[in-house]
Design a protein around this ligand. Structure first.
Ligand code: NI
Ligand code: MN
Length: 228
């Protein structure tokens, strides 16, 4: 069994067999977050989909505070290490690696990239999602920030829980996210990246209706927990 706790926007804590994996940590300045970064507790890994502030802002701070290993695209991990982060594991899109807790594969995401805090802009960043196949547990797809892309068809049959953005404007909106569900065919879908900013206001119940019988939609409140 695994638990997923939503801390608002795209930030989730995934716990499985005593391993704690934090995804896209933007907490302290996130108006919808239920905690502060100082209260995050132990963290073993931090997975970061891209360098935009609303996914990355608290990564370096929490990595230093917890000695967590940052897992992301190669350049973003390099940037973290230059900021003093001790443990990093750089990867690239399409590549997978077997960690002690399970297999992580970086999936394509169609979005733009820059790194918050990279003042001279020397570190470009491509955006990714994560397919996390927990050892003896479910497979969880965190899509990151992305448009609807045909590549999502490649995930069909490989995902138990899909975490998809529905906010529109910066990412897929509800209609495209519902089409993503048709392509991926997960058992459960959890919407994210909505109702944080004015331009990404969405009603998750409308998304639930669009998904229909294609998957079970679990709508969480910040601080809410889903047991996978
Ligand atoms: Ni972004
Ligand atoms: Mn974003």
């Amino acid at each position: 069994m695994a638990t997923l706790t939503w801390h608002g926007h795209s930030c989730f804590m995934l716990e499985h067999d005593g391993t704690r994996i934090l995804i896209d940590p933007w907490i302290d300045e996130n108006p919808t977050a239920d905690i502060k970064s100082g209260d995050v507790g132990t963290v073993d890994y931090i997975l970061v989909s891209h360098g935009h502030f609303d996914h990355f802002a608290d990564c370096v701070k929490i990595a230093k505070q917890t000695d967590a290993t940052v897992v992301s695209t190669f350049e973003l991990v390099q940037f973290c290490q230059k900021q003093g982060v001790k443990n990093g594991h750089g990867m690239n899109i399409g590549g997978a690696y077997l960690f002690p807790f399970g297999r992580v594969k970086l999936t394509p995401a169609l979005h733009t990239g820059s790194i918050a805090g990279d003042e001279d802009g020397t570190h470009t960043t491509d955006c990714c999602g994560f397919l996390i196949s927990l050892d003896g547990g479910p497979s969880i797809y965190h899509a990151g920030d992305t448009a609807l892309i045909m590549d999502m068809q490649l995930l069909q049959g490989r995902v138990d829980v899909a975490i998809l953005p529905i906010g529109d404007n910066f990412t897929m909106g509800p209609e495209d996210a519902a089409r993503a569900v048709e392509m991926i065919q997960p058992e459960v879908v959890i919407p994210m990246h909505y109702n944080t900013f004015e331009v990404i206001q969405q009603d998750p119940e409308g998304f639930r209706q669009m998904v229909g019988d294609a998957a079970r939609v679990e709508v969480l409140e910040p601080g809410g927990v889903y047991e996978a």
